[in-house]
Design a protein around this ligand. Sequence first.
Ligand code: KG4
Ligand code: ZN
Length: 361
Amino acid sequence: MKNSKLFLGIETSCDDTSMAILRESSHGPEILYHGKFGQEEILKKWGGVVPEIAARNHLAKIPTLLDDAFTSAKISPKQIDYIAVTTVPGLLGPLLTGVNTAKTLALFHKTPIVAVNHLYAHLEAIHLTEKVTYPYLGLLISGGHSIFFWVENAHSFNVLGSTIDDACGEAFDKGGKLLELGYPAGHLIDKLAQMGNADRYEFPIGLKSSADARLSFSGLKTALRNFIEAQPEILTKKPAQFETAEENSQDFYDLCASYQNAISKALLLKMRYAIKIAKEKFQAPNKFPIVLGGGVACNSKIRESFKNKYADALFVKPEFCTDNGAMIANYGRLHAQDATPFPQCLQIDARGRFIDKKDYQ
Ligand code: KG4
Ligand code: ZN
C-alpha cells in the first residue's frame, strides 16, 4: 500500500476557476500543482460578478486548467485518490460547473469525492502552512462573508457572529467603486492606504454599541458616499499609478487609509465580543489560537492591527486567502473519511445555512 495520498481540489464557487493537486504524506501536505484563472479583467466592465458570465468562463477554462494540472504535476487522473470540490455555498451556475467536472472525473476513474464547504475551507487553509490545534477562533473575511467561527474540530464550526449586511470584502469593493478604483478594489485600497494617514478622517463603526459579534458595513459605505458627494474634488486627486506616492494625492491616500482603518477597527472591536461569546457559550479555554482567512485577510492593515492586539494571531498565507484550489484540496485531505464513492449523489447548496440569521443573533 502506498504511504501517500493524492488529492485534486476544484474551486469554482464564484469568479475564480482554480485547481490544485496536493500530496499528503508523513511529511504533511505538499502542493504539486496550483493554478488559477481569475475573471477580474472580464468582470471589471460589469463592476462585479455576473453569475451567468462567471459560469460560462468557468466552463471555458476548466479543460485547460485540468490539462495543465495533470501535465505540470506529472500525475495521471487515475492516480488521484480523492477529488475535493466546493459544493456549498456559492453562485449556482459557477458551483455546477465545478461539481459536474468533479463528478465526471470521479465516475470515470472511480475516485471517491469529498463535498467541500467553501467557508470552512478558507479557514482550514491555515493547516497548509501552520501547525494549529483545535479548538480555534476563526475570522473569515472574504468577498461574500464575514463570520466569526468557534471551530471545535474539523467537523464542528459554530457561528459566533456575522455581518448583518455587506461582507467585509464588499465594503472594500463597493468603497473602491465609489473611489473609482475598479473591481475588485481591496488590494488597491490596501496599497494606497499605506501612503495615507488613517486618523485624518472619521468613519463610523457599524453596531459599535451593541455588545455582540455582529458586524455591519453598510453605514460605512454610505458615509464614504456622503463624503465624496460633499467633496467631489477628492476624486481628481486619485493617483495615476499605485506604486509610489504622488504629491497631489495625499488627500486620496488619507481617505483610503481612514476608510480601511474603520473596517479594521470594527473587526478588532467585534473580535473582543466573539472571544467573550466563545467563552460563555462554548466554554472556550483561556488560551486558544485566533485564525484569519479569506481574501480580506491579505490586508496589511488588518494583519498588523490583529498582530498588535493578539500577538499569536495566525493568518492564512496570502496565496491561499483569496479563492483557490489548494484550500479545497486541503479540506479534502482533512475530510477524506467523509468521501463518497457515489459522486452522482453529490448536491450543491448555493445559499448554505449561513443565511439563517438565527444562527448568530
Ligand atoms: O475570499 P475571496 O476570494 O472571495 C470570496 O470567497 O468571497 O475574497 C475576495 C475579496 C474581494 O472583496 C477583494 O477585494 C478582497 O478579497 N481582497 C482584499 C485584499 N485582497 C483581496 N481586501 C482588502 N485588502 C486586500 N489586500
Ligand atoms: Zn471564498
